[in-house]
Design a protein around this ligand. Structure first.
Ligand SMILES: [Zn+2]
Length: 649
């Protein structure tokens, strides 16, 4: 707090000085002329077409060959590689992964230069009269997790088209026609929102579409695959397309399938609409490629623990993923913040409303997971308890607003960070969800149960049934729609929660929902199963650390230290490895026993730590025992949270 105050004072002082002082020339360089802007996108039809032929058969080496024919070009064409990506809300286009760019026209080389001020822009210099150019390049997908999130393996391929195309500047993406073919290993099956026009061996030609739809329609493909119908008999099919490292991971029990079908039914009851012709969950169960969660209009990329189905009892923690991504078809894709929507992929996005786009989606993801039976009500309550407890020790809230975290994808597109608890990161998801729980219970209380946030979902996201032409919204639109459900000063309600610093943890939704947050020395079954499956030891709400408990060299490594926690005060640091506790070799149970025993002792807990090739002894002065969060029923209020989590009839 002090640092921020001092900084503001300094800025104010220098501004005043600048105004008061007479203009004087200083020694040193002066700015060069402004950089020439690349042509702005216009909403008119592109006269040519992109023909894209993608060969993903070198999947074992993670190399993709791209051949593109682009017609309709002029003598000063600028081609963009997509930079600002929908769903990631950030300038993450992997321009560093394309190599071997060769451009030709009628077999003769065409020169190109990269724009000096924008490395995503290629200025192409064909001879005058050239109508069409051919472009070849290779997409070098990460070969190890050190390079980036893995996208391909011998058995599984995810194709994100934004990585595989150069497109002409100057046009809205929806105005650029594309025709795409994809060649895969012949024993692979694939799924996508794209529709096939023809197939020949491993090569599939897709129906002509627009660049906008193409980039929104990834393909998942693999050797071990299964396609499950989630809405049997419907004219608007919804499929669960599973792709796995091994065939046995595809074993889906009837009751598991039924819960996924219930997700579709419950989403339709909530939103009373759909915004696609068909929908595909592209779901990977893999250690070989990244766990993913990326929304699209008519599909989603979903990846979770490969044992999600075969260890159903241990993996409830992943089971809001599909509900979250499905919700995005309504919130985020069909209805999108006005400052986030861009006409093409090289216009900067603004993320100010992600607490609606992601926050309310996070909320409905958890609610729909419970309503559909993907999670039991108890599991849903246990997850909410963990979220609430997280914010009780979230130190970044002391200096940074929730609103400011909406910049996080741009500041740091999910690279690993140190001291995350002091940075605070992407809290528009989970703290955003708590705000929507707050709003939901407020509406339910005020309307005596007659109305709820379900009404907002139906009226705000449920318009234009069947259409998937994007409808944008502003903050004022959200406020207006909330007022139509239940009059309130919603602007102040939201702004107080978004703009406040060091505010109390937003727990009003639990209180009004008929629950209170309590701690006991025993984790919920849900939390215990999550720790076990993820191989992590969660001591965040006691001594303030999370420990990686994977076998091997990394065992006992501290992944996270809560800022100002007892562990922090004892000089524990992230990345240190715990070798011994009170003189006994590291074991998760020894650590937990020591925390338990310290409850009735004066002495601190003594750890021997290894940091690189240095050793240190740390004494943690902590005596409150193990602490795990739970939501406990408080009969002072009706059980509104139970109603929220119950299946709609
Ligand atoms: Zn999301």
């Amino acid at each position: 707090m002090k640092i921020i105050t001092a900084h503001i004072a300094l800025c104010a002082a220098s501004t005043l000085a600048a105004i008061a002082a007479p203009a004087a020339e200083s020694a040193g360089p002066t700015a060069i002329a402004p950089i020439t802007q690349i042509i702005a996108p216009k909403d008119h039809a592109y006269a040519g077409e992109i023909q894209l032929a993608v060969d993903a058969t070198d999947n074992g080496r993670r190399i993709v060959h791209v051949h593109e024919t682009l017609s309709g070009i002029g003598s000063d064409t600028v081609l963009f590689y997509p930079k600002w990506l929908p769903g990631t809300h950030a300038p993450e286009g992997p321009i560093d992964r394309i190599a071997g760019i060769r451009m030709t026209a009628n077999g003769a080389p065409v020169s190109w230069t990269r724009d000096p001020a924008d490395v995503y822009a290629f200025r192409v210099h064909p001879k005058s009269g050239t109508q069409s150019i051919d472009i070849d390049f290779d997409y070098l997908s990460p070969t190890s997790a050190k390079v980036g999130a893995l996208e391909m393996s011998r058995d599984l391929v995810m194709i994100e088209w934004n990585e595989l195309v150069l497109y002409p500047a100057g046009y809205f993406a929806r105005q650029i026609p594309v025709q795409v073919s994809l060649t895969l290993p012949t024993d692979f099956q694939f799924a996508s929102a794209l529709e096939a026009a023809s197939a020949d061996g491993g090569r599939t030609l897709f129906k002509r579409t627009t660049l906008e739809t193409l980039i929104d329609s990834p393909v998942y493909a693999g050797r071990y695959a299964s396609k499950l119908d989630l809405d049997p008999g419907s004219a608007v099919p919804v499929h669960l397309d599973l792709f796995a490292d091994r065939p046995e991971l595809l074993a889906v029990k009837p009751e598991q399938l039924e819960a996924h079908r219930a997700l579709v039914r419950q989403a339709y009851k909530l939103f009373a609409s759909h915004h696609y012709n068909h929908y595909d969950f592209l779901y990977s169960l893999s250690d070989q490629i990244q766990e993913n969660g990326l929304e699209h209009h008519q599909s989603s990329e979903d990846g979770s623990d490969p044992e999600s189905f075969i260890k159903w009892d241990k993996t409830a923690f992943v089971r809001d993923l599909l509900a979250h991504e499905f919700t995005h078809s309504w919130n985020g894709k069909f209805r999108r913040p006005a400052d986030l929507w861009t006409p093409n992929y090289n216009v900067p996005m603004q993320d100010s409303l992600l607490w609606v786009y992601e926050g309310q989606t996070q909320y409905w993801g958890q609610v729909l997971a419970a309503r559909s039976g993907l999670r039991t009500r108890q599991e849903a309550l246990d997850q909410l308890a963990i979220t609430a407890a997280h914010y009780e020790i979230q130190k970044g809230r002391e200096w940074r607003t929730l609103q400011d975290t909406t910049n996080d994808e741009i500041i740091d597109p999910r690279r690993p960070q140190s001291w995350l608890n002091w940075q605070r990161f992407e809290d528009y998801y989970d703290e955003g969800a708590l705000i929507w729980l707050d709003a939901d219970t407020w509406i339910r209380e005020r309307s005596k149960g007659a109305r709820s946030l379900d009404d907002f979902a139906r009226t705000f996201f449920g318009i234009h049934d069947g259409s998937f032409a994007v409808v944008t919204y502003t903050f004022d639109d959200v406020v207006k729609a909330l007022n139509a459900v239940e009059p309130n000063d919603w602007s102040s309600f939201l702004r107080q929660r978004l703009d406040g610093i060091a505010k109390p943890v937003p727990l009003d939704g639990f209180r009004r929902g008929g629950y209170k947050l309590v701690y006991t020395d025993t984790p919920s079954d849900y939390q215990a199963a999550t720790e076990d499956q993820r191989k992590r030891i969660d001591l965040l709400n006691s001594i303030g650390i999370e420990v990686d408990d994977k076998d091997g060299d990394k065992m006992g490594t501290i992944d996270q230290v809560i800022w100002d926690s007892p562990a922090f005060k004892a000089k524990l640091t992230e990345g240190a490895q715990i070798l011994a506790i009170n003189g006994i070799a590291y074991d998760p149970d020894v650590l937990k026993d020591a925390i338990r025993a310290a409850h009735s002792r004066q002495q601190p807990i003594e750890l021997i730590l290894k940091i690189g090739d240095r050793y240190m002894v740390a004494n943690i002065d902590y005596h409150d025992g193990l602490r795990y969060p739970h939501l406990e029923r408080d009969t002072a209020e009706p059980a509104r949270l139970d109603e929220i989590l119950s299946a709609r009839p």
